[in-house]
Write a protein that binds this ligand. Structure first.
Ligand SMILES: N[C@@H](CCC(=O)N[C@@H](CS)C(=O)NCC(=O)O)C(=O)O
Length: 212
């Protein structure tokens, strides 16, 4: 059985969500962040890349959520919720599978900028970060105005990947979606999924370590 090493709260909630969507069994091991909000030592020891999420499947220890969702879907669910190269929406699927890391990079870069952005080198960098962020989010809203789900008419792993960026990152100061009506409607649509509701109750931003 797959073990999900879940850091509360973190992007590892999307692995719990995927397992619930696929109806697969899993064991959840819960870790709390340290006082510095970073990974605790026992989580750091799980994988050399030292990042949540991490899963364990027999001798395989895998990190990076995009890799994990593809691994689980292909190995244990016949590729359910993925899109293959022979399908017309393969390109969209690939693009949106990778979108999360763009947004995450922008989020981290924004957080690293000094509060005073008047120095020319900071102003230039801040302008670049802001332009990229706005283009990413404008494109996201456009896409969701044209399609109910990111890869096309059907819900896929690309939706599992992106939802965190627009629901959880704003809780940490990331860009909000108040001005993006199509993204808001999408978040509401996703919020109606029973597997999503169950996963968020177990491991979402408001969840806490289960009592022993
Ligand atoms: N690209 C990675 C990003 C993972 C990531 O940023 N994880 C954060 C939690 S949301 C983390 O491990 N933060 C704690 C730390 O670095 O100490 C993925 O999608 O899995």
């Amino acid at each position: 059985m797959i073990t999900i090493h879940h850091l509360g709260m973190s992007q590892s909630d999307r692995i719990v969500w995927l397992m619930e969507e696929l109806g697969l069994p899993y064991e959840l091991k819960w870790y709390d962040r340290g006082e510095d909000r970073l990974l605790p030592d026992d989580y750091l020891a799980l994988h050399p890349a030292a990042m949540a999420p991490v899963i364990q499947d027999g001798d395989t220890v895998l990190t990076e959520s995009g890799a994990i969702v593809e691994y689980i879907s292909h190995r244990y669910a016949n590729g359910k919720l993925t899109v293959g190269p022979d399908q017309p929406n393969y390109a969209e699927y690939l693009y949106w599978m990778h979108f999360n890391n763009n947004v995450l990079g922008i989020f981290l870069a924004n957080g690293a900028l000094p509060e005073n952005r008047d120095a020319p080198e900071v102003t230039t960098l801040a302008g670049l970060i802001n332009r990229r962020q706005e283009q990413y989010f404008t494109y996201l809203d456009q896409r969701l105005g044209a399609s109910p789900y990111l890869a096309g008419p059907e819900f896929t792993c690309a939706d599992v990947m992106v939802n965190f960026s627009v629901t959880a990152l704003p809780l940490f100061g990331g860009r909000g979606i108040d001005d993006l009506p199509n993204v808001q409607a999408y978040v509401a649509r996703i919020g109606e999924r029973p597997a999503y509701q169950k996963a968020m109750a177990i491991a979402g931003p408001a969840a806490t370590r289960p009592s022993a």
